[in-house]
Design a protein around this ligand. Structure first.
Ligand SMILES: [Zn+2]
Length: 125
């Protein structure tokens, strides 16, 4: 019996909460709607919190990505800041946004902040 329970617990953890119970179709639809609206609100919050336009963010990520393909990240935001300054953009609010998204150096900007940005703007070309 103990083994059986452990196995169930393991399966529950493995398949995730939504498979550990069998909610009705309506309940699943309701949960999905709640989840979608939370996701949309979060994405909207990220979009609204952007200190520069999504296009400028894209250009920033592309620039930093290119720079890092030529040289290793030196664990600073030098490429990020160089790009912003070259565009006449004040770096401080952008750096604050990037750090809030987990981007504390150029490679983390690509790894963490770009991912967060993309999750908020999946349809952005
Ligand atoms: Zn780095």
């Amino acid at each position: 019996m103990q083994v059986f329970q452990n196995n169930l617990a393991w399966r529950g953890a493995y398949f995730g909460l939504k498979y550990s119970q069998m909610p009705s179709f309506e309940e699943r639809q309701r949960r999905k709607a709640v989840k979608d609206s939370l996701k949309a609100a979060e994405a909207g919050g990220i979009r609204e919190s952007l200190p520069i336009t999504p296009q400028q963010m894209k250009s920033l990520f592309n620039f930093v990505d290119e720079q890092l393909s030529d040289s290793e990240c030196d664990h600073s935001l030098r490429h990020t800041i160089a790009f912003l300054e070259s565009q006449g953009i004040s770096p401080e609010p952008v750096v604050a946004w990037l750090q809030n998204a987990g981007g504390y150096c150029d490679c983390e900007v690509i790894l963490n902040a770009e991912e967060k940005f993309d999750s908020a703007l999946p349809s952005n070309p």
